[in-house]
Design a protein around this ligand. Structure first.
Ligand code: TXA
Ligand code: MG
Length: 404
């Protein structure tokens, strides 16, 4: 029921200014063009959805301008409808025409609908994994579906850098609402196979563009609050936002709360839900500079022993996902002697970028393919890419965090 079409991003070419003026791409591979046109037709002419790759994770897209399409997204993912969606645009010109209902106008500044606080950031980071909040357009422009905003006074928008994503949005000439294309609560998909695993039979089409390069979702910033804040760390780091945003972003706050009470009104509603959770229990090792290699190994042994005594027969296999400290350390003697536990050890990578790119795929592989009963994952210091990685891992672990 769910069709998968391969698309080749290298066959898609945009002129350098296309993300401002909205000029269309040229596509040299006929298969890719055919697949994109088929997907664009679903977005533009139906109430249905299409999964497509972006540079961050695969998205599940539907028209931001059509209530029924937005409902189809929530339904396919099983997502609570008060968690708002990001609208993806291919150009500033499209934002002005299709969301603000204005004519193309070459005399006025293309950035007229975007508050000045964002100008430096978007000049440097769009197209790319940066999502900004804008005030919901006045009623009379009447185009953006209210269902995308989860009752917030703002809506979230970004221009992705993925050529496939941009081509799909440009060809449909429709702003696309797209959450990550996973079933709600699961890790985000970075491969077409992840999307198929979660949504097979629930959506008509998946565009397969290979693995997503960045591997975590976009950075969500709010420049409308005082001081401005980072609502979700992501593909661009906090350090980049502060460095590139101009003086107004120097005192940017970081939203650090992981979860909040059900009824509390929050600016990032996504915070209150279970998220990034494999079926297996996840234990997060939070790096602590003071521990030595030996004391870390002793701790790991202890954790495994404790889990075994808690679950005895039902604990048959464990995955250990390693990062900085454990990467070059042998874990051969870590299992209690005489136990017939099976253990898989996998490195997440040796740099923040590698770890970020492998994170969701590694969690899914050991959970969905290897079917382990317990995942122990080594975290990173919360700087640079480490902030986004730890934000996802803390949610995946849901409170099972051990200083390490
Ligand atoms: O990289 C990404 O951003 C991916 C790809 C597909 O583009 N999309 C994505 O969407 O991660 P989603 O729906 O999984 O996450 C959207 C995040 C949520 O944390 C949501 O609460 C927040 O953005 N958000 C959306 N609209 C908002 C608003 N008006 N105010 C505050 N937060 C908002
Ligand atoms: Mg998501």
């Amino acid at each position: 029921e769910t069709k998968i079409l391969k698309v080749n991003p290298l066959s898609i070419h945009f002129s350098p200014n296309a993300h401002i003026d909205g000029s269309l791409p040229t596509i040299s591979d006929p298969e890719t063009e055919k697949a994109l046109l088929e997907a664009a037709k679903i977005i533009r002419d139906s109430d249905d959805t299409v999964a497509f790759p972006t540079e961050t994770v695969y998205g599940l897209g539907g028209s931001s301008l059509n209530d029924k399409s937005v409902l189809s997204i929530y339904r396919a993912k099983n997502r609570p409808s008060d968690n708002p969606l990001i609208t993806h645009i291919s150009s500033i010109d499209q934002l002005n025409r299709r969301i603000y209902g204005e004519e193309s106008n070459s005399n006025e500044s293309p950035l007229r609908n975007i508050p000045e606080i964002y100008h430096s950031l978007i000049a440097k980071l769009w197209p790319g994994p940066l999502t900004i909040l804008l005030p919901v357009p006045p009623m009379e422009s009447g185009t953006l579906s209210k269902l995308t905003t989860g009752d917030q006074p703002t809506f979230a928008v970004r221009i992705p850098s993925s050529r496939i994503a941009r081509a799909l949005i440009a060809l449909s000439d429709t702003p696309i609402a797209a959450p990550s294309a996973n079933a709600s609560t699961k890790p985000s998909p970075t491969l077409a196979s992840h999307v198929l695993h979660d949504l097979e039979g629930r959506i008509p089409l998946i565009l397969d563009g290979g693995p997503c390069k960045i591997g975590v979702e976009s950075t969500v910033v709010d420049g409308l609050s005082q001081p401005p804040s980072l609502l979700r760390p992501g593909g661009f780091t906090y350090e980049q936002i502060v460095e590139l945003g101009g003086s107004q972003w120097a005192d940017c706050r970081v939203e650090r709360r992981q979860t909040v009470g059900e009824t509390e009104k929050v600016r990032t509603p996504g915070m209150k839900y279970k998220h990034y959770s494999p079926s297996a229990k996840v234990i997060l090792l939070v790096p602590n500079r003071k521990d030595s290699t030996n004391s870390r190994l002793e701790k790991l042994r202890d954790i495994i022993r404790t889990e075994q005594s808690l679950r005895s027969e039902s604990l048959k296999s464990i995955a250990v996902l390693t990062a900085s400290h454990l990467n070059n350390t042998s874990l051969d003697n870590i299992l209690p002697s005489g136990s017939n536990l099976k253990m898989i050890v996998e490195s997440l990578g040796s740099t923040g970028r590698e770890i970020q790119a492998n994170l969701f795929a590694a969690l899914r592989r050991v959970d969905e393919v290897e079917n382990v009963d317990l995942i122990i994952v080594e975290g990173l210091p919360e700087v640079d890419e480490g902030l986004a990685v730890m934000n996802r891992l803390k949610k995946a672990a849901g409170g099972n965090c051990i200083s390490f």
